[in-house]
Design a protein around this ligand. Structure first.
Ligand SMILES: [Zn+2]
Length: 139
């Protein structure tokens, strides 16, 4: 298989992309929480899929999904080189996300997934989160 990167180099590149996009989107959500005085969350609790934020008291988990890695319908794309590899990889990620959602819901958790690109419109995120909180409180 021809490849611009060696296997090791490729996993380094991937690890880099992964940690970067996740860190910055998590930070963005943290800022939104602070600005809107949303509290009661913890980070990286030991739950299926290691949710980015967990509101234990109301059993809500929030994942921030990178547009590339989680195959966002608007920005998801298959890189031009190694298409076969990437298609399989990204499909596996999406299947994993669905499996994690099911697992968490079976355990009684509410699951909220926020796209990386939604960080650009904090109002929409706040709307999504407050809608989820309302729904949970009404139960
Ligand atoms: Zn997107």
């Amino acid at each position: 298989m021809s490849d611009v990167f060696s296997k090791q180099k490729r996993s380094e590149v991937m690890a880099h992309i992964h940690s970067c996009d996740n860190k910055s989107t998590e930070q963005a959500l943290l800022r939104i929480f602070r600005t809107h005085h949303i509290s009661g969350w913890r980070r990286h609790q030991l739950l299926p899929g290691k949710p980015d934020f967990t509101f234990r008291n109301i059993k809500l988990v929030i994942f921030v999904d990178g547009c590339f890695w989680h195959g966002c319908p608007k920005h998801g794309r298959i890189p031009k080189t190694n298409q076969k590899y990437w298609r399989a990889k990204l499909d596996a990620n999406k299947a994993r996300d669905r499996k994690i959602n099911r697992e968490l819901m079976r355990k009684g958790w509410h699951v909220l997934r926020i796209w990386e690109h939604e960080m650009r419109s904090p109002d929409k995120i706040i709307h999504k989160i407050t809608a989820a909180l309302d729904m949970i409180h009404k139960k």
